[in-house]
Design a protein around this ligand. Sequence first.
Ligand code: SAH
Length: 394
Amino acid sequence: MKYPVVTLHRGKEESLKRFHPWVFSGAIRSIADNVEEGDTVSVVAADGTPLGTGHYQIGSIAVRILSDKDESIDAGFYRHRLSEALRLRRSLGLIRPDNDAYRLVHGEGDFLPGLIVDVYGRTAVLQAHSPGMHFARQMIAEALVALDGAEIENVYYKSETTLPYKASLDPQNQYIIGGFDSNVALENGLKFHVDWLKGQKTGFFVDQRDNRRLLESFSYGRRVLNMFCYTGGFSVYALRGQATEVHSVDSSAKAVALTEANVKLNFSDDAPHKSFAVDAFKFLADMPQDAYDLVILDPPAFAKHRGAIKNALRGYQRLNAKAMEKMPSGSVLFTFSCSQAISKEQFRLAVFSAAAQTGRRVRILHQLTQPADHPVNIYHPEGEYLKGLILYIE
Ligand code: SAH
């Protein structure tokens, strides 16, 4: 074996044979003495059959499998995986003169568990969710700038809030290659300031790209309310789609400022746009009846773990009911949940309950999910997290 060995209990090799990329701690019979958190390990079945190579960590997910072979996880390995990831994004048509914001690596969906990479023009923002990826960060960054066809020059490492606290890795958010460059990224011909230094996650939510485009096609002649606007992504698309009025709401004053800057970047000063730094529930309670005929609800994840599901579902129901009860007949609601712990069915049930509670006649026009640069490994359905519905309200 190439690395210190982790041996599984008898019968516990089945999920790995079906390509599920995680080994749970309960499946492990023994771990070689010298293994430390973040180390690369070789995983073998009880009878010694090699099952793959992965990163070890302390916790319920003990090994994240990087390869189903006994292979070296070195610079060549990362170069290969990253060029495969880039090949997919190129084939999706995401790298064009008018589009340079995309997710290059979506963890398990790109056979790199624990790693997220978002690209904004010449800058890649790298986020580690496992100690193993934290230790590999420099090697990964070097492979990113060497990628043929991506033109990445700067790599910003941003993992202060994504690594297990108990591992005491003390990661610093910083450039690990290059430095600050233009932070204006292009998405479908629209410009966005992306603040990877201080913004949420990697600075921008690329996962709503396709849904924003769909929103644009619903916007003509409509009065639009964009709740939880963050960078104003949906607002900018609605303006391009010739909405007559766009209102953006976020409880964070920084988000509202970012939305205004992004509107300015794309349109003249007289664009029909206003923004409000207010709590969403307060805004919905105070807004007049029938004020908007296209509403977007894209809140932060209400359930960050399984224990919070029940309250989260109540939250989604309450939020959707508040919006639905004020919307005019013939209006359209884009409603989302990005909680990984909540299933499509559970979310749909919460929205159904909101419809029933308000007594509105509601039809589903589209069912939405994450875009193709956030692929879901079919053996790892946990990778699917974004769900949305477009509803016609009568
Ligand atoms: N729709 C955005 C992403 C939304 S992220 C996009 O397309 O990019 C969620 C946003 O909700 C954050 O900006 C956060 O500041 C905001 N937020 C969180 N709680 C809120 C509340 N109670 N009221 C209003 N905004 C809230």
